[in-house]
Design a protein around this ligand. Structure first.
Ligand SMILES: NC(=O)c1ccc[n+]([C@@H]2O[C@H](COP(=O)([O-])OP(=O)(O)OC[C@H]3O[C@@H](n4cnc5c(N)ncnc54)[C@H](OP(=O)(O)O)[C@@H]3O)[C@@H](O)[C@H]2O)c1
Length: 744
């Protein structure tokens, strides 16, 4: 148990084997937190439990708890000592969870003032930069600064015709053909300097939120967001020479949004960038957000970031300070029911969908009695009919409107429906469509379709409530807006817009909270395969019984934006960071990196096999092993991946890389960094690196007889056994032990 106290996960089942320990009943009250719960049942309201065990826990008395258990178990002194330490840990956790926050799935992004640190990599040789120019002159000053530092800068200005000559080009950003031509021309640009980066500054011309209308949103996004898609599609995916993409905005990051508000149109570019960073981590530069107040001296700091990044890929300047985002657990959030009034109408866009319908039922439980539910197909589906029936049975008045929230004309029907009932009390924007396709396969029309409900729809709902103040304005967004989602540049962009609306509304003194969810159970996941993929990343579907109270807590928290996510951060981070550092996650406290679930011990002792092989053959054998493992992970069948082709070229993704790393850690008995696969270009190079720098093998082949390990101490044995149980298994085993000891 001291191992557990020290962070290990002991196998208590084995530990107690042959020790004549009895099983006891665990008290439910101290284990009301989900981690201590057996099975999947939601925690029931705590009963007034005054048993000795509860008193020991409440009173923080591990010794008393130990004495209770000891009396029933007949343990040795050592075992009792260990249990006392374990009990102290349970008590600490129990007390923490009761004292601080009840909402454990809620997170938020905080911005930290952070001066630039030392460059993360040695300076790259000078090269050519392509700047997609804004109309306000920032691109020109950045170009001058780049040239001053020995770089070559080409400024491409928007214009109707394509012109690629010298260092002043023109192109039509709305033309995919023109965007492609720029990228191609950059690749062959006079041959003297390699392309070092593309910096998109078109978003600087987006209208401010105050000047935004549904029409300007469409114009700005056609010009500055769909052009990003065209550029991204023109950039060769697996070409190591392809330059990274940078996006420059102004006031589009949520840093200090309470003071400055947010440029909602440009916020969508942040969503795009975050998803691009996940899909093409090796071709990602960063998101740079200039001070909304403007500052003449901004080219210098901007060029510092371009030329030598310190690893931060999202930076915002406010005043003279540089800020970077960090995802943290939202603290001080108490569970509280959402406040609704029975004499108000609640407008729920997407109210017939999974998430919207679920929330409607919750609002009814809290006392709401009048609804206008909107979906393009109205209440046409069986699920919608079932919802209507149950609401009617509960005495709730519902007006179902078939309307597209992105269409101002159709929104009139919504206005008419609203006019027929009590005044508007709140708006829930749960309308949206989910699509998954990689950048290369995303068509502009798919992109526009995803933007429709989330961008135009949310904007129209915002406008609708400008003249009718509401107490509740809820946006249902996605984690894709916060850290991106490979295969969802459009959704990330659309959802980030929705997040930004909440910041902008709060800045105007209007009610708003947008919640970015990870997937829910029974949600709109595209397939079982998707669910399995998410599970392999450490993302567990949220059970509504657990998620709805947290959603209500988020709304009561007074925050503009909250992330409601059920994620095993250690596993998630290891995958996210396999190809590049993700400072956003840096402050999330994580347990020791857990093994990826798909990782399993390789059959046989690879290290022993290599040691027994003649040194001249080792590299080949190790490379063959890597080929087998990777081939299996990538579904190569009888084929094996080419050991001389690049990992990225082969299509190795972060998840595969982490799984391969975990397998190698097991079979070689060494610790390997998360980024280790992508730190080496090919299987052959990786094998050579492992042999030369990681595995320390004798110069001569040694007999293949298995090594006889030193007799492990009982502590070692415990530690080894401990590692085999997950935290939940461990806690269940302990709970079971208490249960069997008959303690109530
Ligand atoms: N459920 C989850 O697991 C989950 C996870 C993360 C984020 N989210 C967020 O929650 C939102 C809702 O998710 P969901 O699972 O409830 O999706 P869903 O079941 O597909 O429901 C979406 C609803 O929106 C409606 N809709 C779509 N476009 C519309 C438009 N232009 N105008 C009016 N209605 C429109 C759809 O009805 P029609 O087709 O009839 O228009 C549908 O009823 C998502 O957009 C996403 O941002 C959900």
């Amino acid at each position: 148990m001291s191992l557990y106290v020290g962070g290990a996960t002991p196998d208590f089942t084995r530990f107690f084997q042959g020790r004549d320990a009895r099983r006891i009943v665990a008290p439910t009250y101290p284990f009301e937190g989900k981690r201590y719960r057996k099975g999947g049942e939601p925690p029931s309201a705590p009963a007034a439990d005054t048993s000795e065990v509860v008193r020991s826990l409440e009173g923080g008395d591990p010794q008393a708890l130990t004495r209770l258990v000891e009396a029933g178990a007949g343990w040795s002194r050592t075992e009792s000592d260990l249990f006392a330490q374990f009990a102290a840990r349970i008590i600490e956790r129990h007390q923490k969870s009761r004292a601080s926050t009840h909402a454990s799935l809620l997170h938020e992004v905080e911005w930290r003032a952070r001066a630039r640190a030392a460059a993360a990599a040695p300076p790259a040789p000078a090269g050519t930069w392509l700047l997609l120019a804004d109309g306000g002159g920032v691109a020109e000053s950045v170009a001058r600064e780049l040239e001053r530092r020995g770089e070559t800068a080409i400024v491409a200005r928007p214009g109707p015709a394509l012109s690629i000559a010298g260092r002043a080009w023109t192109f039509d950003p709305a033309s995919a053909e023109h965007c492609g031509a720029l990228v191609a021309a950059l690749g062959r640009n006079d041959g003297s300097a390699r392309a070092r980066g593309i910096v998109d500054l078109l978003g600087l011309d987006f209208r401010t939120t105050a000047a935004t209308t549904v029409a300007t949103l469409a114009e700005d996004h056609e010009r500055g967001l769909l052009s990003l898609l065209s550029l991204a599609q023109a950039l060769p995916e697996n070409d190591p020479a392809a330059p990274p993409l940078w996006i420059v905005t102004r006031g589009a990051a949520s840093a200090d949004a309470a003071r400055h508000g947010m440029n909602v149109a440009a916020a969508a570019l942040w969503g795009f960038g975050r998803a691009y960073a996940l899909e093409r981590p090796d071709k990602w530069g960063g998101l740079l957000d200039l001070d909304p107040a403007g500052d003449r001296a901004e080219a210098g700091p901007l060029v510092d970031e371009l030329l030598s990044s310190d690893g931060e890929d999202q930076v915002a300047w406010r005043g003279h300070q540089r800020f970077v985002p960090r995802l943290v657990v939202a603290t001080g959030v108490a569970l509280a029911p959402v406040a609704v009034a029975p004499d108000r109408t609640y407008l729920v866009a997407g109210g017939f969908g999974q998430a919207g319908g679920r929330f409607v039922r919750r609002l009814v439980e809290r006392g709401a009695r009048h609804f206008v539910l909107v979906g393009r197909s109205g209440a046409a589906t069986p699920a919608a009919q079932e919802l209507l029936r149950s609401l009617k049975d509960a005495g709730v008045e519902v007006r179902a409107v078939a309307a597209d929230v992105s269409d101002p004309e159709q929104m009139r029907r919504v206005e008419e429906a609203l006019a027929q009932g009590p005044p508007l009390g709140g708006v829930v924007q749960a309308a949206g469509i989910a699509r998954f396709e990689r950048i290369a396969a995303t068509r502009p029309e798919d992109f526009r379709a995803v933007l429709a409900a989330k961008v135009r729809g949310t904007w129209l709902l915002h406008e609708l409530t400008k003249s009718r103040p509401v107490d509740l304005f809820v946006g249902f967004s996605s984690i894709a807006s916060v850290w991106g989602s490979a295969g969802q540049v459009h959704s990330s962009a659309a959802n980030r817009f929705q997040d930004a609306i909440a910041f902008a509304r709060r800045h105007l003194g209007l009610a708003a909270t947008t919640v970015s969810f990870s997937p829910w159970k029974g949600g709109s996941a595209p397939s079982e395969e998707f669910n399995r993929f998410m599970a392999s990343l450490g993302v567990t579907p949220i059970d509504p019984a657990e998620g709805l109270p947290e959603l209500e807590a988020a709304l009561a928290s007074g925050r503009a934006h909250v992330v409601l996510a059920k994620v095993e951060w250690s596993l998630f981070r290891s995958v996210m960071e396999a190809r590049r550092r993700r400072p956003l996650f840096e402050e999330l406290a994580v347990a020791a990196p857990s093994q990826h679930p798909e990782a399993r011990p390789a059959v046989g002792d690879l290290r022993g096999e290599l040691a027994a092989a003649p040194p001249a053959e080792r590299a080949e054998r190790l490379a063959a092993h890597l080929q087998d493992q990777l081939g299996e992970l990538m579904g190569f069948g009888a084929e094996r991946p080419d050991p001389q082709r690049g990992f990225i070229e082969l299509g190795v993704d972060s998840l595969m890389a982490v799984t391969l790393r975990d397998r190698l850690q097991t079979s070689l008995g060494v610790e390997l960094p998360v980024t280790f696969i992508f730190d080496h270009p090919t299987i052959e190079v990786l094998a050579e690196h492992l042999l030369a720098n990681v595995l320390v093998l004798a110069k001569e082949a040694r007999p293949a007889a298995p090594e006889v390990p030193a007799a492990p101490s009982s502590r070692d044995t415990l530690m080894n056994e401990a590692r085999e149980l997950s935290q939940d298994q461990l806690e269940q085993a302990i709970a079971q032990q208490l249960k069997d000891l008959g303690l109530h």
